[in-house]
Design a protein around this ligand. Structure first.
Ligand SMILES: [Zn+2]
Length: 280
């Protein structure tokens, strides 16, 4: 069982909402970058994703640095890389997927064990151009990982309430990892059982909760930055069906302030002790 969820805003990036959601504005807006800390009653402290980390751009080679910096991080945003984070030790680090705003800080976090998708092996073997097209920068990763295992190695169970299969990461159904690879190869999202009920951490399945709750899908132009656009639409539709059947289930997204507000409201209704929030 999960005793506590702490959402940490580690920084932000800027993007045009018309790209990431139908009916979004053309003018660039700030997109928060959230990491998630969990406290498991017996397994200890878990961190899901690291944000960009403090040395992200300087660790990229020249070309990807220019391209990525121009596309996603504005000049003034580069200063924002000094993140608050992650001053404590973690028993576990989970990487939801391999985009730099989720793993850029992986070398700066202390953890005992790592869980990630086996798809990383596939990504590592791809030619550099393919890797960059998928937003995978191998220079952000350490030479080798110690104490690592794959989400896919955990037993696959059926989550009847979601009508989905998931990997039961600790054998107690407290954290079940569901593969949703439309946004990024190897992306997993997490269905939690907290002491106050279930929560779905949907990571980057969509950029905005409205894509799930109102069908406002990302623009076709995002085909160039997501792994599989058709699969992404299917993943969003799957969560839309879950939302329709279980409107009370909080769905949290890693770059959506509305989803944070909804999670905090859910928390308030249940006495206010489950979810915390921190930002710089
Ligand atoms: Zn992503």
């Amino acid at each position: 069982m999960i005793r506590h969820i702490n959402i940490i805003k580690t920084g932000s990036a800027r993007q045009r909402p018309f790209l990431t959601m139908a009916g979004g504005s053309f003018q660039k807006k700030e997109y928060p970058i959230y990491c998630i800390e969990l406290e498991h009653e017996t397994k200890g402290k878990i961190l899901i994703d690291t944000g960009y980390g403090t040395h992200f751009l300087s660790r990229l080679k020249k070309l990807p640095q220019t391209v990525y910096g121009k596309l996603f991080i504005e000049k003034e945003q580069k200063k924002m890389e000094k993140q608050m984070l992650l001053n404590s030790d973690y028993d576990w680090l989970f990487l939801s997927h391999f985009h730099p705003d989720h793993l850029g800080g992986v070398c700066e976090v202390n953890y005992r064990q790592l869980k990630l998708s086996a798809a990383i092996e596939q990504l590592k073997k791809q030619p550099r151009v393919m890797q960059l097209r998928q937003g995978f920068f191998r220079e952000l990763l350490p030479q080798s990982f110690e104490q690592m295992n794959y989400f896919e190695a955990a037993p696959l169970i059926e989550l009847f309430e979601l009508k989905l299969n998931a990997h039961d990461l600790f054998g107690d159904q407290s954290i079940c990892a569901i593969n949703m690879p439309g946004h990024a190869l190897g992306q997993f999202i997490f269905y939690l059982q907290t002491i106050q009920g279930p929560v779905l951490l949907a990571i980057d399945v969509a950029w905005h909760l409205e894509s799930i709750t109102e069908g406002r899908l990302p623009n076709r132009l995002t085909k160039v930055i997501v792994h599989d656009f058709a699969q992404m639409k299917q993943d969003i539709t799957c969560l839309a069906q879950i939302h329709e059947q279980q409107p009370e289930l909080p769905i949290f997204l890693s770059h959506c302030e509305t989803s944070l507000t909804q999670l905090l409201e859910w928390n308030q209704k249940r006495g206010g002790a489950i979810v915390g929030y921190q930002e710089n």
